[in-house]
Design a binder for this molecule. Structure first.
Ligand SMILES: [Zn+2]
Length: 403
């Protein structure tokens, strides 16, 4: 048993504790208290730090890390997508050393920034092995993207076969995901959903209501997204625009429930948000990416007011400057000064852990959970520590607590 003393502890499940102790036994939290040990067991004074759970990056694409600084900011989302497609075509081998080395660097950066869990979205599964070798817990979402699919069931079955060959662990899990309602055929959305339903615990993910182009395409079947699908040879002339919003479309297709992470939501209406809240779907916001891709600023205050669970993702290094969830929190703080700091921190910890199915072991500092905890250096111990944590923390201020 080791007893850690810190100036502050932010358990997330309870209000911050000043001048407090955490007892850790064989990698798990044994107790939280305001008093030190009396039985002579080992004590470690962490000093002027705030201890909190390792953060959750609920949406990223580590496999795109080689695109860091390669895709310039765009004023229109579809222009950004065109750039990504063009640049990815120059790197046809997903296992090229440059791609794999970038994944390892991205993982090291994530850990240095205090991230304990990632929701990793991958089209190639090359990130699975690097994740199993790391200290990071993860769900690897094998993301399918195909708008004109002749054999949607067959595509999903082949993907399932590839996933089953991976040998997931309790720490690194694998599931299927759909890219987006504008890029996956309706019958394939259904087949993905049916596959995910076979396991009652695995989550699913989808990019949803990210851009105005998506809204226009789902409503009327026209606009820049339609033009891009035609250009790529991916248009399906038998597809009928569903009308309504992308959230209405996915909900009426039976896709949305409490196991789905709906990513972005920049263009969601209040009624879309109510629908998500009613389904228990988690909304994952990635505000820095939204700014970079031309999607716009997410309506964070409306997200929180709607009652929908909000988690946080950095998205990939193709649209974010780094994988630091604390930097994402600082952007959220700037966009939504009225949302309490404690609520933002909960989004970066407990809500993300729950959405990815890891809340039994991570996301809060409570007895029984893993002691996967970080200590953030404080400039002074007499500050509002929650407010401090949402105003930008760099890796030089973060260290992991040995457990
Ligand atoms: Zn994404």
């Amino acid at each position: 048993m080791i007893h850690y003393h810190a100036a502050w502890i932010v358990p997330v499940s309870d209000p911050p504790m000043r001048d407090a102790w955490i007892a850790v036994d064989r990698g798990r939290i044994a107790a939280l208290s305001r008093r030190g040990p009396t039985d002579g067991s080992r004590e470690v004074d962490l000093g002027d730090v705030v201890v909190l759970p390792g953060l959750v990056n609920a949406h990223t694409h580590l496999e795109l890390s080689y695109l860091r600084d390669e895709i310039p900011p765009a004023s229109q989302f579809v222009s950004w997508v065109r750039q990504v497609i063009k640049t990815r075509r120059n790197h046809p081998d997903p296992k090229a050393p440059a791609i794999l080395e970038a994944v390892d660097r991205a993982l090291a950066e994530s850990v240095a920034c205090g991230t304990a869990i990632v929701g990793e979205v991958s089209n190639t599964l090359v990130t699975f092995d690097p994740l199993t070798r790391s200290d990071v817990a993860a769900v690897v979402f094998y993301e399918l993207i195909r708008f004109n699919a002749d054999d949607p069931q067959g595509i999903v079955e082949r993907a399932r076969g590839e996933l089953d060959a991976l040998a997931p662990t309790d720490r690194v899990r694998a599931s299927l995901a759909a890219h987006a309602p504008y890029s996956v055929a309706p019958l394939m959305l259904r087949a993905i959903r049916q596959d995910v339903d076979r396991d009652p615990f695995l989550p699913c993910s989808v990019h949803l209501s990210e851009s105005v182009e998506e809204i226009e395409f789902i409503r009327s079947g026209s606009g820049p997204w339609r033009a891009l699908l035609e250009e790529l040879g991916s248009w399906d002339p038998s597809w009928v625009p569903p009308g309504g919003t992308p959230v209405e479309f996915l909900d009426e297709s039976g896709f949305l429930d409490a196991r789905v992470l709906a990513v972005h939501g920049v263009q969601m209406t209040p009624s879309d948000l109510s629908r998500l809240a009613a389904r228990g779907t988690t909304l994952v916001t990635c505000p820095r990416s939204n700014g970079h891709t031309g999607a716009g600023a997410p309506p964070l205050v409306e997200f929180y007011e709607s009652g929908v669970p909000v988690a946080i993702g950095t998205d990939s290094l193709a649209s974010a400057p780094d994988l630091n969830v604390f930097a994402e929190l600082a952007t959220m703080r700037a966009l939504a000064p009225s949302v309490p700091a404690a609520t933002l921190i909960e989004s970066a910890t407990r809500v993300g852990a729950r959405a990815l199915g890891f809340d039994g072991d991570y996301g809060t500092i409570e007895p029984g959970k893993y002691a996967r905890l970080i200590a953030v250096t404080l400039p002074s111990t007499s500050i509002d520590v929650e407010e401090y944590l949402v105003n930008g923390i760099g890796p030089e201020q973060i260290r992991w607590i040995e457990s």
